[in-house]
Design a protein around this ligand. Structure first.
Ligand code: AP5
Length: 228
């Protein structure tokens, strides 16, 4: 991917929302629709854990318990990924920043590159619905397409719509107990960033309790307006 649909300026967007709000689901759709790269720190950390890198070894137990990995580790991983050529046209930051320190680091990294966030979208949901969303989630082992036992089933049971794969996986931290810890971390450390972006005039709120395609429509309107 060598350019976004808007071409004349980098399209850097932040997605905020608790676990299960639909950040990954929407980021993947927007990536396809607008040519803006999805950058998920959760995915990068899971990759580091799977590869057994020093960052992965340090992150593994924290993630399993539903806590936040240290700012130092996450910012280093983010910085490396952001330097890749495919990120030059713009990035959907999915799950980053999650603390005030990370938000400041992101502002500085983008400013150094002569770019900046064009909108921070808060996916607004009820916590009570998030446990069901997360414990019902699965992912195609082949292409990473996301599914849900009730809300997003493949057209043919057991077969991925996108790649035809038949192996699906579930995340180790998608248990009801861990979700509670992840929600608590979100409210204590990440929700305050809503004010950070509101103060910069960048905050946009989208009702993420609606069906997936309606949420996408709301997100697409934000992107179109921000980059018009
Ligand atoms: P991460 O991977 O970022 O997980 P998360 O924030 O907990 O978010 P999820 O991936 O669980 O949810 P989502 O909002 O993407 O929802 P999804 O689209 O899948 O982080 C994991 C861990 O890594 C953290 O706990 C932490 O330890 C560490 N970490 C990561 N980043 C970090 C950082 N910056 N700093 C420190 N630590 C960090 O949707 C969920 C399900 O619901 C799916 O099945 C989907 O199909 C379904 N669904 C989606 N939208 C809808 C809808 N509108 N209606 C019905 N169902 C829907």
């Amino acid at each position: 991917m060598d350019g976004n649909r808007f071409d004349d300026r980098p399209a850097d967007l932040v997605l905020l929302g608790p676990p299960g709000a639909g950040k990954g689901t929407q980021a993947r759709i927007l990536q396809e629709r607008f040519g803006i790269v999805q950058l998920s720190t959760g995915d990068l950390l899971r990759e580091a854990v799977a590869q057994g890198t020093p960052a992965g070894l340090a992150a593994k137990d924290v993630m399993a318990a539903g806590g936040l990995v240290s700012d130092e580790i996450v910012i280093a991983i983010l910085r490396d990924r952001l330097a890749a050529p495919d990120c030059a046209a713009g990035v959907i930051f999915d799950g980053f920043p999650r603390t005030a320190v990370q938000a400041e680091a992101l502002d500085a990294l983008l400013a150094d590159a002569g770019r900046g966030i064009v909108a921070a979208v808060s996916l607004e949901v009820d916590d009570a619905a998030m446990v069901a969303r997360i414990t019902g989630r699965s992912t195609c082992a082949g292409c990473g397409e996301g599914y849900h036992d009730d809300f997003k089933r493949p057209a043919v049971a057991g077969v991925c719509d996108r790649c035809g794969g038949t192996a699906f996986k579930r995340r180790a931290d998608d248990t009801a107990e861990t979700v509670s810890a992840r929600l608590a971390a979100y409210h204590a450390q990440t929700a305050p960033l809503i004010d950070h972006y509101a103060g910069q005039g960048l905050l946009r709120r989208v009702d993420a309790m609606a069906p997936i395609d309606e949420v996408t429509a709301g997100m697409a309107a934000v992107v179109e307006t921000a980059l018009a």
